[in-house]
Design a protein around this ligand. Structure first.
Ligand code: BGC
Length: 768
């Protein structure tokens, strides 16, 4: 473990003591967001030490021209970057004319930072000794309103402790912003206007190339103690920056404070020429309601989220903090209120992964949103892909596929593939499988079949067509093979017959055909419409089935396991436990050549297939494959430990399941992968949720019935969670020896507990 400075607490993330080497990591860990925007926990005041500035607006990106050594046909033209957006949180602070800068103060004492997850606010406090010898006590509080998702609020307070002081607050907006990860040092923002009306300021800026129009705005109020000061602020206006200067004189012990209201209005929600007016109306309401009322509203909004989504763990505060941290960040990133948005692997906490949509959404996030929100949220995540079907067909055409074959992008902002790595990422065509699997998973969990005839079937047809065309008939094997792919394990590139890919390809075709038949029987109008639109014939379906039924799967008779890919056994099979710890993480210590030759597995690959298609294998099969592959797995993808935790729990290996649970839930808090300063791993956080609900709780849906096999790690006294199952809410409370079930709903629910049927009547506690 790299970092271990976050103080265990059930509801808050807390850092005590100022350590400049932690600043960037903390900026990630203490990030805040509200689904529509988010930001790293950068200080409001000037900071001259190492920092990684980041403020992001959902859905606003820049197509950064692809940069590669050797251009290969088929490369996407650009890599979509989530943009570091104009800064609205900034407040320069001067104390007796000296700039407040934690990196330059004589002394910083009592530094404390808290991200209160229960109530959704971030706070920082400290006592600074300025160069002049003046000591000041400082407190700043910040939140991004969940209810008004264009609004953020900062309150900054300074109290001189050993003398009188003049305090100058200079709140500003700044659109002269760049990304750290730009390919060509492009300018991303075109600032169109910087304006002021009274004590309100606005910067209208649009993104280059993509033309997203935004307005960044602010308005502030200053106070001495609780008395609002009517001050005429001085204005400084520049090409990409505007600030107001408020001067306050306070005596020793008095508090000079500023409340700053700011944020973004964007053309996704408003006419692009009316963004200033939209910002003004947000400000008007915010100022009239006031800081305290907004904070109260924020606390209530989070309490509603927690009421449904919380998981409580008794007897293990670090595990508790871990799961709440994960649930909190998932809700900060995506709330399901806007179907045009999706869940970026780093959410609003860093630049890496471009803020784009990956297979992570379908493979990892949908179960969390399905069970903790209204089922319409998961449905709109599916619709996001439906809306991109035409683009997926075009993506496939660019690679030479035809006839409506669809290849969904591995990385996307608008349906177009936008990643510039060929072997890793681009060759991961397995992503197509996860998109089909999510449709199956949604129907299995919600029972809502209507999605398939209305929309899902067209997606399944495009995907089945792709697999049919992508497979090659091997005359040598007399079977179909899939060549030149990268499986989920990105530490193997350009392999032949990745078992997971072949398996999911076969499954996708069978599932598509099964649903074509179902829709034909029960939804004839949709059937006619879809078949006509897709120009699909029975003869073509027959050809798909020929591929599916004759797919090749690499298998080892010696080990009785499916092989991750052809040739896996040619490797030098030294397990991870025999690998020197100083060599890890291998992706930071080894050359790519060495990684590719090694047997080390980045994340569940064959086991990912066993996770998705659990019912198609016996527990013995799972145990054999787990025992074969896990010892070679380095879990250097955040998506790895959760799947292993679920499988270890299923195999009754609770110690191992618990170790993987801690690793997934505290991956960022304890910085297992040595990269938290770059941002958080948001999508794997949904995997953490799965490792409790599906792993320890053993929750599955079988034949329309919820089933549980509750188990408890020795370290815990118990745990509880709620799931929304088909419009009723079931609370599961497991402790050693028994599990309580309670239902909020209007009719009995039949469930299975350890394979036995149990009836749960609304509002009656049932103990098993
Ligand atoms: C993983 C991929 C994942 C991506 C984004 C990579 O490290 O290997 O499976 O899609 O991160 O989370």
């Amino acid at each position: 473990m790299n970092l271990d400075y976050i103080i265990p607490d059930p509801w808050s993330i807390i850092e005590e003591g100022y350590d400049p080497t932690h600043v960037k990591a903390s900026e990630s860990l203490f990030s805040i967001g509200n689904g529509a925007m988010g930001q790293r926990a950068n200080f409001e005041e000037q900071y001259s030490g190492p920092t990684f500035q980041g403020s992001y607006i959902a859905g606003v990106y820049y197509p950064d021209k692809t940069r590669v050594g050797w251009w290969k046909n088929g490369y996407p033209e650009y890599f979509a970057k989530v943009l570091n957006a104009p800064n609205w949180i900034g407040i320069n602070v001067f104390v007796n004319d000296e700039a407040l800068d934690l990196n330059a103060c004589e002394l910083v004492e009592g530094f404390r930072r808290e991200l209160n997850m229960k109530e959704g606010w971030l706070q920082r406090s400290f006592i600074a000794t300025m160069k002049s010898g003046l000591k000041i006590s400082v407190k700043s509080t910040r939140f991004l309103s969940l209810k008004r998702d264009e609004l953020g609020v900062v309150k900054f307070e300074v109290t001189p402790l050993n003398g009188d002081a003049s305090i100058v607050y200079q709140p500003y907006l700044d659109s002269g912003i760049t990304n750290e990860d730009t390919n060509w040092d492009d300018q991303f923002w075109d600032t169109m206007s910087v304006s002021q009306e009274g004590d309100q300021a606005f910067i209208q800026a649009k993104t280059m190339k993509t033309d997203f129009y935004t307005c960044t705005y602010m308005q502030s109020q200053v106070y001495i103690n609780d008395d609002k000061q009517k001050l005429q602020a001085q204005t400084n206006k520049h090409a990409t920056n505007i600030s107001f200067v408020y001067k306050l004189s306070v005596s020793e012990g008095q508090t000079a404070s500023i409340e700053k209201f700011g944020g973004y209005t964007v053309d996704r929600n408003h006419n692009k020429y009316e963004l200033v007016a939209a910002a003004q109306s947000v400000l008007k309401e915010a100022i009239s309601d006031g800081y305290e009322a907004l904070l109260k509203e924020q606390i209530e909004a989070w309490s509603q989220i927690w009421d449904m989504a919380d998981i409580s763990i008794a007897g293990d505060v670090k595990a508790q903090q871990g799961i709440r941290f994960n649930i909190f960040h998932l809700n900060q990133t995506y709330l399901g209120t806007d179907a045009r948005l999706n869940i970026g692997p780093k959410g609003f906490t860093g630049e890496k992964y471009g803020g784009s949509t990956y297979w992570d959404t379908e493979a990892y996030c949908i179960p969390f949103y399905m069970a903790t929100k209204d089922q319409s949220v998961a449905r709109s995540l599916l619709e996001y892909r439906y809306n991109h079907l035409q683009k997926a067909i075009e993506n496939a055409e660019k690679l030479g596929f035809k006839n409506g074959a669809a290849l969904y992008p591995m990385v996307t902002m608008n349906g177009e593939e936008c990643h510039n790595e060929w072997e890793i990422t681009f060759e991961e065509i397995h992503r197509n499988g996860a998109i089909a699997f999510a449709i199956f998973n949604y129907h299995r969990y919600t029972g809502d079949y209507s999605y398939i005839p209305e929309k899902g079937l067209e997606v399944l047809i495009g995907i089945a067509r792709f697999w049919h065309q992508r497979a090659t008939f091997s005359t040598d094997k007399n079977q179909y093979v899939i060549l030149g792919v990268t499986g989920p394990n990105e530490y193997e590139n350009n392999v032949n017959n990745n078992w997971y890919t072949n398996y999911i390809a076969k499954w996708c075709i069978s599932y598509a055909v099964e649903n074509i038949n179902k829709v034909q029987e029960a939804y004839s109008t949709d059937y006619t419409r879809v078949m006509h639109k897709a120009k699909l014939s029975k003869a073509e379906i027959k050809e798909w089935l020929e591929v599916a039924e004759n797919m090749y799967f690499p298998y080892s008779e010696k080990h009785h396991v499916y092989l991750q890919q052809d040739g896996f056994l040619d490797k030098e099979l030294v397990t991870v436990k025999d690998l020197d710890k100083s060599q890890r993480p291998i992706n930071q210590k080894w050359s790519w050549d060495r990684i590719l030759r090694s047997p080390y597995i980045k994340q569940a690959d064959t086991l990912q297939g066993f996770y998705f298609f659990e019912d198609q294998f016996s527990t013995e099969d799972l145990a054999r494959h787990f025992d074969f592959y896990e010892p070679f797995t380095v879990h250097e993808s955040s998506l790895s430990p959760c799947v292993h935790s679920i499988q270890a729990a299923k195999l009754d290996r609770m110690d191992q399941a618990y170790t993987f649970y801690l690793r997934t839930s505290r991956l960022d808090l304890d910085d297992y992968n040595h990269e938290v300063h770059e941002g958080l791993h948001i999508t794997s956080m949904a995997g953490t949720w799965m490792s409790i609900v599906e792993g320890f709780g053993g929750m599955r849906v079988k034949n329309d019935t919820l089933s549980f096999e509750p188990k408890i790690p020795e370290q815990w006294e118990g745990y509880s969670f709620k799931v929304n199952f088909r419009h009723q809410i079931l609370k599961v409370n497991a402790s050693k020896g028994h599990t309580h079930f309670e239902l909020e709903g209007d009719h009995d629910l039949e469930i299975l507990v350890n394979g036995k049927p149990v009836t749960i009547t609304p509002n009656k506690l049932v103990t098993v």
